[in-house]
Design a protein around this ligand. Sequence first.
Ligand code: ZN
Ligand code: MN
Length: 483
Amino acid sequence: MFENTAAYQVTIGLEVHAQLNTKSKLFCSCPTDFGASPNSQTCPTCLGLPGALPVLNKKAVEAAVKLGLATHCKIAERSNFARKNYFYPDLPKGYQITQFENPVCLSGYLEIENGEELKKISIERIHLEEDAGKSIHNEPFVPENETLIDFNRCGIPLLEIVTAPQLTDPKEAVRFVQNLQQLLRYLQISDANLEQGSLRCDANISVRRKSEARLSAKTEIKNLNSLKSLSRALDYEIKRQKQMLSSHETLFSATVLWNEKAQKTEIMRDKEMARDYRYFPEPDLLELKITRDWIEEIQAGMPELPGQKLSRFCHQYRLSRPVAEILTQTPDRANLFEFLAKEIDDPDLTSKWMTQEFIRYENLADWLTNVRWKKDVISILTMLKNKKISWRMAKDIFGQMVQSNKPLDQIIEADQIFGISDEKILREIINKIIDENQDIVSRYRSGEEQLFHYFIGQIMKKTKGRADPALANKLLRSILNSR
Ligand code: ZN
Ligand code: MN
C-alpha cells in the first residue's frame, strides 16, 4: 500500500553560482575571454605562485552590490574575504578565496510566481568568490587515464547566491532559477547560461513526514546543468526519499551527482565525511569597505528591473500580463518591442506580431542590433497596419526574409508579393465564391451576419492571402447586399 503523498513535506534550498562577465579576473588583471587557448590567460596571482598578491576587482564588487540591491538584501558596509582550504588539482593555491563570515549581501528575497500570487523566497546571502580551473578528461585529445588542467578559469569572479530552504516543489525551484537568470541578464552582470556553465546550480532537498517536525537528512544534488536536469533530479530524489520513508528505511545525508544519461542520482560522498575547510581570514586582502555614497551611486545607475518593466508594460501599453511577461523575458526583446511600438505607433499590433511571429525566429539572427532588419520590420508592420497587406502576407514575407537572409525590397520584387488590389480580379473571385456557396449566402442574407468572415476566409484562401483586405471587405459587402 502507498501512503498518501499529501502526508509528506518537501523542502528545497538552492545554491547558485553565477559567473560574472567582468573583463578581468577577481584578483588579477588577466582577461576572462571565453574560448582562449588553454593556460594563455594566467599570471603568478591566479596560478598561486609564491609571493603573488591579490588585488580586488572593483567591477566585481559593484556587480555583487547590484544583485544585492535588486534582491532587497542588506549591503554590508564592511565585509571580509576568507580562505577555504582544500586540495584539488585545478586549485593551484590549495585554497579558494571566498567570503565566509561577512558576505557582501545578507537577508534579501526574490519573488516567484505561484499561480496568481507572488511568493517571496528568502535569500540568506550573496557572496563573492573566485572560480577554480578546469580539469579535462574524457576528451579525444586527452591520453587515456590522464587529466589535463586549464587554469584560464582560475580566479574568474563568481557570485554565490544561497536561498533559505523555502521552496516546496521542483516547479518552484525552476521558477526561482529562471527569475534569477532573468535578473542577472537585466543587470548585465552575467550571461547566466546553465548549459555553458556561467550559471551553476546545486540543490538541497529533504523529504519528511508532515507529522514529523524535525527536518530529516538532506541530499545535496550537484551537476545540474539545465532547468530540465534540475526538475528531473528533484523529482527523482522526492520519489526515492518518499519510498525509503514509507518502507521505514533510514535516510542519510549525502552529496549526489545527477546522471542525465541514466536519469538518476549517484552518491558522491557521505556528508558525515564532508571536508573541514578550515576557513580563516584572508591575510593578503584588506577589509572590504562599501560606503553609503558608493551604494547610492550604484543604486542610481540601476536599470529598470523585470518586475517593474512588466507592470509598466501592462499599464502603459495595456497588455495582458501573460503577453507582457513574454515581451519582458529578456531586456533585448523588451527594447525591440518598445522601439517598434513607438515607430509604427501601434503597441497592440506590435505585441501581437512579436508574440506570434517574431519569437519563433528570435534565435536565428541578430535582429536586435541589425539596423537594416529593424527598418524592414518597420516597413512590414506599417504595411500591415495600413491594411496594404494581410497578416498572412506579412508572415510570409517575414519568414522569407529570415530564411533567405535577403532584404525586404528584394523579396517583394522577386515574388510580386504585393496584394491583389485590382477590383476586376477581386470581383471575379468573389462572384465565384458566392456561386459555390449558395446555401451559406442565403443563411447570411437571412441574418447570420457572422458568416461574412467565412467569405473573407475563402477570398484569402483563393488568393493565398494576397487580396487587399480593405478592398475585399468593401467589394464583398456590396456584392452580398446587392444580389
Ligand atoms: Zn591572473
Ligand atoms: Mn561556492
